[in-house]
Design a protein around this ligand. Sequence first.
Ligand code: IPE
Ligand code: IPE
Ligand code: MG
Length: 211
Amino acid sequence: MQQSTSLHVAIIMDGNGRWATRRGLPRPAGHRAGAAAVRRVVEAAPGLGIGQLTLFAFSADNWRRPPREVAYLMRLFARHLRTEAAELTRTGVRLEVIGRRDRLAPVLVAAIAAAERATAGGTRLRLRLAVDYSGRAAIRAGALLPDVDLLIRTGGEQRLSDFLLWEAAYAELYFTDRMWPDVGAADLAAAVQAFHARERRFGGLPEAAAG
Ligand code: IPE
Ligand code: IPE
Ligand code: MG
């Protein structure tokens, strides 16, 4: 089977809140644990043949959540961008944040710009974090990414929730009931393995039938 050397994997990181609630913890504890899962997945990605990893962290519709939760998430993003930038640089990860910036706090915008600048030379993995992102808005603005090969959603729901609508046109979809904070390298490996077992036809015929 042809193994693509540089996959574009996108992940809808869902289930932080339920993970926390099931443990009798406040939802922010789930978001904090979710940030640790991001680190595990980013570390594992290059070894699995992933060249681009696009993570859905905050949707344009997530502003509808209680202001306290939104504020917590925004602080978490800013803090992690500051603390992770050096490690990302060391490991050759180039970070970009996609989505609207005009509704983000200036401190967060500054942290994003600093992290992007610090990691700009990375060539091992192209990591995109979608914050205040809407797939529909991206299409309207022509802000399109390369096609997605594999789209993963954790947390048990089977929907796109306005993520990479255009780019996922021929993506293989992979849904798992695992909550995002429980995800680790083995889960990412299982998803990539499932991807390689799929037959992508892009509207054509299976290899065996094509003659
Ligand atoms: C995903 O987890 C993270 C964000 C959307 C910010 P959720 O916060 O949606 O967790 P659930 O779906 O409520 O469990
Ligand atoms: C999608 O999750 C957005 C992110 C994971 C960032 P949501 O939890 O917001 O999606 P819905 O509300 O279940 O569709
Ligand atoms: Mg959710």
